[in-house]
Design a protein around this ligand. Structure first.
Ligand SMILES: *[C@@H]1O[C@H](CO)[C@@H](O)[C@H](O)[C@H]1NC(C)=O
Ligand SMILES: *[C@@H]1O[C@H](CO)[C@@H](O)[C@H](O)[C@H]1NC(C)=O
Ligand SMILES: *[C@@H]1O[C@H](CO)[C@@H](O)[C@H](O)[C@H]1NC(C)=O
Ligand SMILES: *[C@@H]1O[C@H](CO)[C@@H](O)[C@H](O)[C@H]1NC(C)=O
Ligand SMILES: *[C@@H]1O[C@H](CO)[C@@H](O)[C@H](O)[C@H]1NC(C)=O
Ligand SMILES: *[C@@H]1O[C@H](CO)[C@@H](O)[C@H](O)[C@H]1NC(C)=O
Ligand SMILES: *[C@@H]1O[C@H](CO)[C@@H](O)[C@H](O)[C@H]1NC(C)=O
Ligand SMILES: *[C@@H]1O[C@H](CO)[C@@H](O)[C@H](O)[C@H]1NC(C)=O
Ligand SMILES: *[C@@H]1O[C@H](CO)[C@@H](O)[C@H](O)[C@H]1NC(C)=O
Length: 289
């Protein structure tokens, strides 16, 4: 009993701590390259900001500073004519309110790195382009997604949330559950064998009809990733029924054939009758000549 509660408590703590990435900063100043290296060696990488919400959250964690140096963030460019690009995934997100007034100004014509202001006032949380050689403090993020976060899916992280985006055929918060198809009942005049214990996707069920019975429909059905069977279940019909069906069909075909022939013949007869007078004249003229 005690053990059980301990496990529950432990799981609760783990759930609390695995909620999206965490931000860390240093009070030491360094150039942009060194700052990124520090982030990579201590945490995951220099911070990447993808929305105003993330920007606001990040700023709420940073200390106030009365003056420069402020903090380096993970957006940069190599040339004056290039676009500002975030490290990691080449995103080019920049919000409407990201830059401070009159920034980026490229004041020293080589301002290819970006700092975030943390001075109290309207510029707090705004960005400014700066020379990459200047010394500022690093802000880093630490990813919470790990190789084991999602069993069968991709881990997606935001500031307060990690989510597993599952591969087709899997569900659950860690994509740990394989999709299953509804059970199939044994056919009345045959039997059914399925691969695997559970009817997860990709498992195949094969129907067999008892001796004396014929199958109509496909013999195998496969469970699809959507949790539905690939086709309707076949049915077993006795030979007698099957024979009756075949005979019935054959009889019907024969009947149709006979009908058709008869109608055709009647039509031909009619045509012949109509034509007869004309035909009759020609031989007579010939005979006269
Ligand atoms: C950085 O400096 C501020 C102000 O002195 C202090 O409150 C904070 O704890 C320091 N943070 C780190 C990570 O050293
Ligand atoms: C940017 O400028 C460099 C030279 O400074 C040039 O080689 C490059 O082609 C330019 N790129 C674009 C996209 O204009
Ligand atoms: C980002 O862009 C660079 C240069 O265009 C490229 O080498 C790199 O593979 C890209 N990275 C990603 C994650 O797309
Ligand atoms: C780039 O990565 C960040 C996190 O590192 C993520 O929030 C964002 O959606 C990514 N952007 C693109 C365009 O892939
Ligand atoms: C431009 O940079 C110089 C120093 O290189 C500085 O004195 C000046 O205030 C800067 N101007 C602006 C608008 O940031
Ligand atoms: C950053 O500092 C390192 C070590 O002092 C130096 O090798 C590098 O050239 C500097 N980078 C820039 C862009 O100033
Ligand atoms: C986490 O994000 C996913 C998708 O982005 C969303 O469906 C889910 O509700 C979020 N969970 C929390 C606790 O915010
Ligand atoms: C399901 O079957 C397909 C096709 O045979 C195969 O490519 C896939 O890897 C299988 N998936 C699993 C989880 O067995
Ligand atoms: C299913 O039916 C086939 C043919 O009637 C038979 O050979 C097989 O043993 C049966 N299997 C089971 C599990 O009943």
């Amino acid at each position: 009993m005690d053990m059980k509660w301990m496990v529950i408590l432990l799981l609760g703590i783990l759930a609390e701590t695995t909620m999206g990435w965490m931000y860390h900063y240093s009070n030491t100043s360094m150039n942009w390259t060194q700052a990124r290296q520090w982030c990579q060696s201590t945490y995951t990488d220099m911070v990447v900001i993808q929305s105003q919400k993330e920007n606001d959250y990040l700023v709420s964690l940073l200390p106030n500073r009365k003056q420069s140096p402020y903090f380096w963030i993970g957006i940069t460019k190599k040339q004056k004519n290039e676009t500002w690009t975030w490290i990691g995934n080449n995103s080019t997100w920049i919000g409407e309110q990201s830059w401070a007034a009159n920034e980026p100004n490229n004041n020293n014509s080589k301002e290819f790195c970006v700092e975030i202001y943390v001075k109290i006032g309207e510029n707090r949380g705004k960005w400014n382009d700066e020379k990459c050689a200047n010394l500022k403090s690093p802000v880093c993020y630490e990813a919470q997604c790990t190789a084991t976060s999602c069993d069968r899916g991709r881990c997606q992280e935001t500031i307060d949330n990690i989510t597993c985006l599952c591969e087709p055929g899997f569900t659950g918060n860690k994509c740990q559950t394989a999709v299953t198809c509804p059970p199939l009942s044994q056919p009345s005049d045959g039997n059914l064998t399925c691969s695997g214990e559970k009817l997860t996707f990709n498992s195949t069920c094969r129907f067999k009809c008892s001796p004396g019975f014929l199958m109509t429909g496909s013999q195998d059905v496969t469970c699809r990733v959507t949790g539905v069977w690939s086709g309707p279940r076949p049915s077993c019909a006795s030979y007698k029924q099957a024979l009756l069906a075949v005979v019935g069909c054959a009889a019907f075909s024969a009947f149709c054939c006979i009908c058709f022939c008869w109608m055709k013949r009647r039509k031909r007869k009619k045509v012949a009758q109509v034509r007869q007078p004309e035909e009759a004249t020609s031989p007579s003229t010939e005979a006269q000549g």
